[in-house]
Design a binder for this molecule. Structure first.
Ligand SMILES: [Zn+2]
Ligand SMILES: [Zn+2]
Length: 267
């Protein structure tokens, strides 16, 4: 069976992926509807009921939109930090002020490893304008998978966590020039570009050129903006920065998309 990574959806209209071993299947974020999540899992030949747990990076709706229904239908443990849970529950209050109940809430702390089945999960703090946002690394069967999206820049601590990944899923949100001349109001442009916003193609290229260890088999460019980026711009910037480290066996660049799942990555 081995380890596999499936990106079901990626972008500002919803994020959802699966990291799985032979025995454990973790849903990373639940940003698309339950119905669409199930549809995309089934299209990959898998059974949604076999998921082991959901882990949440932060409370923005493109990461939790489908969570209430998924939690109810699947009745599985939901892992998030206390601050993320608090912010999410407050945002989800109904007309009477009632907060949603998560039957199997599992609270974790950023920086503290935890285990789901045979997968070791390490959450780490990322700079983003949410209550307590995290990225994750997952380790199982000698394979390391890193997830880092929704971050304004790449601090040294995040670069350290992403060392030694076999699959690196990382944000390549916007092209600076497209963002500058694009349709967003100035306040939104400033937010996206800020230190707690989103990672640009150029910022990612700087990481690839100067700090990345070059060891991943697959590099997945994720959370691309539909208005302020173009897949080929993101790919071009990343491939140029990776340079000759891109071979048949190393640093194969893939692009995660919003509208359709990415072909499963098997290791
Ligand atoms: Zn997001
Ligand atoms: Zn976000």
């Amino acid at each position: 069976m081995g380890v596999s990574v499936s990106v079901l959806a990626s972008g500002s209209r919803g994020n959802c992926a699966i990291v799985q071993s032979a025995t454990t299947r973790i849903l990373v974020d639940a940003g698309i509807s339950c119905r669409e999540t199930f549809k995309r899992i089934k299209a990959g030949g898998e059974d949604p009921q076999s998921l082991s747990a959901i882990v949440i990076t932060h409370e923005h709706s493109d990461h939790v939109y489908g969570l209430p229904v998924l939690a109810k239908k699947l009745n599985l443990p939901i892992f998030m930090t206390e601050a993320t849970h608090h912010a999410w529950a407050r945002a989800m209050r109904d007309a009477n002020g009632e907060r949603p109940q998560v039957a199997k809430l599992e609270v974790f702390c950023s920086g503290k490893n935890f285990q789901i089945g045979d997968i070791a999960v390490t959450p780490f703090t990322i700079p983003h304008d949410a209550a307590d946002p995290v990225g994750f690394t997952f380790k199982v069967e000698g394979v390391k998978v890193g997830f880092a999206t929704d971050l304004g820049y790449l601090p040294a601590s995040v670069r350290d966590h992403l060392h030694g990944c076999d699959v690196l899923l990382i944000e390549s949100n916007h092209d600076l020039e497209m963002l500058r001349i694009g349709p967003y109001p100035w306040s939104v442009k400033q937010r996206v570009m800020s230190r707690v916003g989103h990672l640009s193609n150029d910022a990612l290229a700087e990481f690839f050129a100067n700090d990345y260890d070059g060891g991943a088999t697959y590099v997945v460019l994720a959370h691309l903006s539909e208005h302020n980026n173009h897949p080929e711009l993101a790919r071009g910037a990343a491939e140029k920065a990776l340079g000759t480290r891109r071979t048949l066996l190393r640093n194969r660049v893939m692009l995660a998309a919003q509208s359709a799942p990415l072909e499963a990555i098997r290791l």
